[in-house]
Design a binder for this molecule. Sequence first.
Ligand SMILES: CC(C)(COP(=O)(O)OP(=O)(O)OC[C@H]1O[C@@H](n2cnc3c(N)ncnc32)[C@H](O)[C@@H]1OP(=O)(O)O)[C@@H](O)C(=O)NCCC(=O)NCCS
Length: 351
Amino acid sequence: MLRAGRDDDADEIIRLIGDCWAEYPGCVMDLDGEVPELRALATYAAGRGGALWVAEQDGAVAGLICSWPLQDGAWEIGKMYVAKSHRGRGVAHVLAEAAEAYARARGAERMQLWSDTRFDRAHRFYEKRSYVRAGPLRVLGDKSNSIEFAYAKPLVGIAVGPLDAAAAASAERPLAQTLVACVEAGASVSFLLPLSLDKARAFWRDAARGVARGERLLFAAWLDGVIVGTAQIAFAVQENQRHRADLQKLLVHPDARRRGIARRLLAAAEAGAAAADRTLLVLDISPPGGAAEGLYRSAGWQEAGVIPGYALNPDGTPCDTRYFYKRVRAAAGADANAGEEPRPAPALPFR
Ligand SMILES: CC(C)(COP(=O)(O)OP(=O)(O)OC[C@H]1O[C@@H](n2cnc3c(N)ncnc32)[C@H](O)[C@@H]1OP(=O)(O)O)[C@@H](O)C(=O)NCCC(=O)NCCS
């Protein structure tokens, strides 16, 4: 049962958080020196303009979460803990859902949080909820020698942005889920059926390495706080093709289609390529036609021709491939569509 947290939950909250910290080497609680707010957490959260929730099971506090506003449409999640005995039952999702819904109802545009670099289970949880690593680490200088990752995600509507290597690595799971769903829906995008989540994750791990090496750009799209789409720009490596790149893996989860997400991803990818001085873009569609072709044609891509039997459909049957190209202007951030307003690549929708 989820309920508003109260100051008189303090004893249970302090014990629960202390137990969680004790699971990690070197994590110690100096209650009055470093976290005195735990003695009256509901009042503390309210004082910051937010709230505390607890999950109660069998009359005991099984988990908690706080959320409060920062600035410029950002809200922060804090004090997210679930007792070890209650893990694996969805308690954390119920808590996070409550905090995100509360923030959204109060105008939050994005969520962010800090998580100790040792709390690897928490990282997996946030990543499952489409948070990505965002920005530099934070060193607290406390008795636990805490170093923290920042995680963030846009919360409302459609948001599209480039992922740096750390963000890309942390987005592996939702990107893999999107890829698997697209292939299962029939997309011919390098893979055959069945495509396991593990194999898809390995693909995105490699893509993140490519981002780290400066070989590609990776873009993600969120819909109401969930990663549902992606696109990549892969830089040609030949020394006589330094002006060229491939548009790859433009994917939108089947549940999120026909909302303009692919169009936003395509615009961001083209602008990103242009900003990197890649002025000739190439892509291929297998099989020709289908949903993607109308998008590319309407975005100014030119057909270059068809190669019969170039690839296989996910079910293994042969399919033709149609090539397209587009010239984009190299001006930093300029959109390539002649006659259209410049559309710079949106910055990461968080700080
Ligand atoms: C192609 C794909 C990325 C489109 O994603 P989307 O978010 O639904 O696309 P958008 O809503 O941005 O639509 C953009 C345009 O695409 C075209 N389009 C999208 N879905 C379409 C459909 N089902 N039928 C016909 N045209 C379609 C339309 O031209 C549309 O513009 P409009 O809405 O102004 O008519 C998505 O269907 C997908 O992931 N398919 C599987 C993977 C794939 O084929 N990727 C392309 C590899 S080359």
